[in-house]
Design a protein around this ligand. Structure first.
Ligand code: DUC
Ligand code: ZN
Ligand code: ZN
Ligand code: ZN
Length: 478
């Protein structure tokens, strides 16, 4: 097997940084060495097949994006990234593993939903991939099927308190599913928004002629996120289920998580780059010659963008520092404006919900290091190490140490990344939600299980390099 030495860089982990060389043999990291080391009297750099020069750069464990939706059927269309295009974009951005959401739709068997996701992803991914299971129909058969998911390497499932008639679970269904979570150790992931109430508000807005994309965020008021988050917490407390709340965007929802955690409850939360950087005011102000006020559809996602004047973005950054939120994932769910987002012209409820960010998560979070919002170590922890621990991949993924998979990113703090459709953009979208963002840093080299897949801005991997990750239980069970 080929050997590689990544030499001269600063290896950064969740707990510290040090000048070190990383020796890779085949798919694995075999040693982390003092710079310029000899091994058994041999100059390591002279004896390996390849040396990657990381001088002046950071060497970090590959990013793990634990929340993606490739090819998700939604709102009468399908998320525009395939497993192939989405994982190539991920690799460009320094992400070397994803955990995507297999979907059980209403009336479908869980086994069939999961099999369909293996079918979509198998042989198509550029990087390693695992699955969570969306349970869209909690019934007796589903409950039995859920108990077998850990054997399939699926150690977490997602429920929706939103989207009545689509993925929605009522409180009785949530309670039953959470009992399975408690009994099996599977993590309950929750989309916490009060869907039935939101749908009434949305209908009333449309009846008043308020149909622009901006009203999506008005209908999905933060009170609806706070309320659902609290309800999820109480149902989890009652059942003893471990709870992970996805795409947290409201500061009041964070307060609920912090409150429960301070009482010793086993609850966690993630936020996403869009809730750190983008705002409802940005969406209201968005206008273009092509789309007029419908331009705002580019940023329609759920939970929605929140008001900057109300301080939600600052509160998300703070929660990442104080560990009231533990991770940053993307909720990558891309749709094009043409033929997809434009389904909602004249009615914001018909805009497919989602933003594409998988390519930019590592960069956008690194920008938080540059601006002093988070430390370098916290960057690695939020984007790689905690996702690995949370979702049963740690040791193999999420860390640079002997025995771990050689998923390694060389990141250049002196480089620069200009984001935009005509600049850096490999996602299958006809716009970028991050147009014009400038990052004071750059992905230099990306290695996936010992193979360089991105170098000199080019993808050099092969279709199907990515393997299915059978995940273990979360390390966050207590
Ligand atoms: N939110 C989105 O923005 N897209 C897909 C599903 C979801 O919950
Ligand atoms: Zn969701
Ligand atoms: Zn999602
Ligand atoms: Zn490319």
């Amino acid at each position: 097997m080929a050997t590689t030495l990544i030499s001269g860089g600063t290896v950064v982990s969740a707990t510290g940084r040090a000048a070190a060389d990383v020796l890779v043999d085949g798919e694995k990291i075999v040693a982390v060495l003092q710079p310029g080391s000899e091994l058994l009297g041999t100059d390591v750099a002279a004896s390996v097949d390849r040396v990657v020069d990381a001088t002046g750069k950071y060497v970090i464990p590959g990013g793990i994006d634990a929340h993606t939706h490739m090819q998700l059927p939604f709102g009468g269309t399908e998320a525009s990234d395939t497993f192939e295009s989405g994982t190539i974009a991920a690799a460009h951005g320094g992400t070397t593993s994803i955990i995507d959401f297999a979907v059980q739709t209403y009336g479908q068997r869980i086994e069939d939903g999961l099999a369909a996701w293996h079918e979509k992803a198998g042989g198509n991914c550029a990087i390693d991939y695992g699955f969570h299971q969306i349970v869209g129909d909690v019934n007796e058969a589903s409950i039995e099927a859920m108990k077998k998911l850990p054997d399939e390497g699926v150690s977490s499932f997602k429920l929706f308190m939103a989207y009545p008639g689509v993925f929605y679970s009522d409180d009785a269904q949530i309670l039953k599913a959470m009992q399975v979570s408690r009994d099996t150790g599977m993590l309950t992931m929750m989309h916490a928004e009060n869907g039935p109430a939101i749908d009434v508000l949305a209908q009333q807005l449309v009846d008043q002629g308020k149909t622009d994309p901006y009203y999506h965020g008005i209908a999905r008021a933060w009170e609806m996120e706070e309320e659902a988050t609290h309800r999820a917490i109480m149902l989890a407390k009652l059942t003893g289920a471990p709870l992970y709340v996805v795409h947290v965007s409201a500061k009041q929802a964070v307060e609920q998580l912090a409150w429960a955690r301070d009482k010793g409850q086993n609850v966690y939360g993630e936020t996403c780059p869009q809730y750190l950087y983008l705002s409802l005011e940005d969406q209201l102000g968005a206008r273009s010659d092509e789309w007029g006020a419908f331009e705002g559809a580019k940023w329609v996602c759920s939970t929605p963008l929140r008001s900057r004047a109300e301080g939600h973005q600052d509160s998300m950054w703070q929660a990442l520092r104080t560990n009231d939120l533990q991770m940053v994932s993307t909720d990558h769910c891309p749709f094009c404006m043409k033929d997809q987002k434009e389904l909602g012209l004249g009615d914001f409820r018909k805009i497919p919900n989602g933003i594409g960010s998988i390519e930019h998560r590592m960069d956008l979070m690194y920008q938080g290091v540059v601006t002093g919002e988070i430390t370098l170590e916290r960057w690695v922890e939020l984007t790689s190490t905690t996702p690995a621990r949370m979702f049963g991949l740690y040791g193999t993924k999420g860390v640079i140490q002997p025995g771990a998979d050689a998923d390694i990113v060389v990141y250049d703090p002196n480089g620069h990344t200009s984001i935009g459709l005509d600049k850096v953009h490999h996602m299958n979208m006809d716009y970028s939600a991050w147009e014009g963002y400038e990052i004071d840093g750059k992905v230099d080299t990306v290695m996936s299980r010992g193979k360089v897949v991105v170098e000199d801005d080019a993808y050099v991997g092969a279709k199907g390099d990515g393997r299915y990750l059978k995940r273990g239980l979360s390390q966050y069970l207590i």
